[in-house]
Write a protein that binds this ligand. Sequence first.
Ligand SMILES: Cc1cc2nc3c(=O)[nH]c(=O)nc-3n(C[C@H](O)[C@H](O)[C@H](O)COP(=O)(O)O)c2cc1C
Length: 217
Amino acid sequence: MQGIFKTMKRLIEDLQWRYAVKKYDTNKKIPAEIIEHFKDVLRLVPTSNGLQPYKFLIIETPEIRQELRKHSFNQPQITDASHLFVFCSYKTLNETHYDDYIYLNSVIRETPMEQLSTYAFHLKASLMNRTEDQILNSNEKQCYIALGQLLQTAAIHRVDASPMEGFIASKYDEVLGLPAKNLTATVVCALGYRSEEDIFQHWKKVRKNKEDLFEII
Ligand SMILES: Cc1cc2nc3c(=O)[nH]c(=O)nc-3n(C[C@H](O)[C@H](O)[C@H](O)COP(=O)(O)O)c2cc1C
């Protein structure tokens, strides 16, 4: 039992420690094995019907990051953090997406495709009549679930992170060639190590108290 209390306390400490970093130490890089762990976590994030309707771009090329910064209201995190993750949503989901997912089920769970045909039928029947707006809206929500998990994992590793919506998605799409991939940029996360000069690390967290945040009915 003592172990559980320690874990609970530790998680709250991790979440208190994290904040949305504004100024990164440009000399510090996240070790490759931690990035690999982030990828493992993102791979396991749950999504609606398991469709994983997104792609995570890890932007390494400095010139591209410089270009993206121009479309992010010149926020320095875009170029100065160790890593930049762009969470991209599929704009539409055509029949192939569903078929690929069923096929993956068949391979991973070692189930013949024929046995999955009723499941495939119902999956498509319930999801394929959505409008493009509904699909994109749902896909973007899935990105935010992934973002949340990444932020928490980063904090556990004591890696700093900046979730960011302050960018022009259409410009990101253009720079990253996303339309050709049926993708659009949804949200961004810069990751790295805070600069000692970032004054925001000393600011107290502003959060509603639990009485205002929760209601038991
Ligand atoms: C989805 C999302 C988008 C955000 N976009 C930006 C952004 O573009 N620029 C920025 O400086 N902070 C951004 N933030 C940081 C928030 O302002 C910050 O998380 C919030 O004020 C709470 O502070 P804390 O994260 O430091 O605890 C964003 C946060 C989230 C969750």
